[in-house]
Design a protein around this ligand. Structure first.
Ligand SMILES: [Zn+2]
Length: 390
């Protein structure tokens, strides 16, 4: 093998499986057992005490499962779910899909974690621009997956070309310290950027390389005039002191000298809480590790029915289930499949079934959806949710 990246073909061939599943297949074959089962994917608990998660990674899971003789029900990608709520249910002959458990979990767990953290950052950033800058923290082969999840979760833009191409959006970025260092001066670098890159890309000058942010911001604003869209502060931690005060000071001085239209863009190790704190003085955020290295949402796959009989391990409810959501308040309720909630939601809103047929007979029953459609579902789901909450 030339490298350490598993190919899609290896995943389809079931090679990215935990060995205990392939040994289980051996046992079932030797015993002549081919039970028909239903298996559900749920996360019993969410990381960081989160009360909700944005389901993502479903598109890849369905592509993988769509090659198998199984039926899949579940919620569309971008649906907001809580702990213990079923996101996918696979029905089929167990030995025919057993080895895909590891891969399907990996697809769902990572993408859901990233999309959820991006959605939480979206709430924290309010109407400010939010860009995914964290591809560099993760294996480059995963950059498109990571940035897709960040984008559907609520980022306005992504930084890598490979992800932007796939999403059909322009990549977003400013300028690196490397450019300022090799040109040797912040204002010169910004002027050179404007000459070479052209007016279609908003001009954002990185002002923390050599000098104090306040004086550099004023110098660049003076040199570039109306061409300057924003200044970026990526101030190193060792020089940050009180980052919020530095930003407020830059804002004050820019405003005082008539540069109200010059925005402030910040980046560098920002957390969800930083976005809330800095939002009043900032037009945009570049968020890296907090999103790209988000905690995974630890789904598990559990068998809940064998040959038509409801059965589940200790701690799990058996049988096939439907998830309903209230159109009024967003509350959700899990019920046995085919038994809608009897009572209306206490808020008076109507229940709608969120669980759908997703795959049947090798074909998509719902989707595949565009990334924009998934992103809009997330945005709609976030309405009414408060930033910083559980
Ligand atoms: Zn309700």
């Amino acid at each position: 093998m030339k490298d350490w990246i598993a190919s899609w073909d290896e995943i389809v061939a079931g090679r990215v499986t935990d060995v205990y599943f392939s040994r289980t297949l051996k046992v079932l074959e030797a015993e002549g057992l081919r039970p028909r089962v239903r298996a559900e994917f749920t996360a019993g608990r969410l990381p960081e005490g989160w009360a909700w998660a944005v389901v993502a990674g479903t598109h890849e899971a369905l592509e993988l499962l769509g090659r198998l003789p199984v039926t899949v029900r579940g919620v569309p990608e971008g649906t907001i779910v809580g702990p213990g709520e079923v996101v996918l249910e696979v029905e089929g002959v167990y030995p025919e899909f057993a080895v895909y458990e590891t891969a399907v979990l990996g697809l769902l767990c990572q993408s859901t974690g990233i999309a959820t953290q991006a959605a939480r950052c979206r709430l924290a950033a309010g109407d400010r621009t939010l860009v995914s800058f964290g591809a560099r923290r993760m294996h480059p082969a995963l950059a498109p997956v990571i940035e897709r999840s960040a984008y559907i979760g609520g980022c306005d833009g992504v930084s890598t070309l490979a992800a932007a191409d796939r999403l059909g959006i322009p990549a977003t970025g400013t300028m690196p310290h490397a450019l300022v260092l090799v040109v040797g001066d912040c204002a010169e670098a910004t002027l050179a950027f404007r000459r070479a890159v052209g007016p279609d890309v908003p001009l954002v000058s990185l002002i923390d390389t050599f000098n104090d942010e306040k004086f550099e911001a004023l110098r660049v604003a003076g040199a570039l005039g109306r061409d300057l869209a924003a200044v970026r502060l990526d101030t190193p931690g060792s020089r940050r002191g009180d980052f919020e005060r530095i930003i407020r000071e830059v804002r004050w001085e820019l405003d005082l000298r008539g540069h109200r239209d010059v925005g402030i863009f910040v980046s560098g190790g920002l957390s969800e809480a930083d976005l809330t704190r800095l939002r009043p003085w900032v037009q945009g955020f570049g968020v890296g590790t907090a999103i790209s290295a988000a905690r995974t949402v630890d789904f598990s796959m559990d068998i809940v029915e064998v040959d038509g009989r409801p059965v589940a391990k200790r701690g799990k409810c058996s049988g096939s289930k439907d998830l309903y959501g209230c159109a009024g308040c967003g509350t959700r309720q899990v019920v046995p499949r085919g038994r809608p909630p009897g009572e209306p939601c206490p808020c008076g809103g109507a229940w709608e079934r969120l669980t759908r047929d997703l795959l049947r007979g090798g074909g998509w029953r719902f989707g595949p959806e565009t990334v924009q459609a998934v992103r809009e579902r997330v945005a709609a789901g976030l309405r009414g949710l408060a930033p910083g909450g559980p």
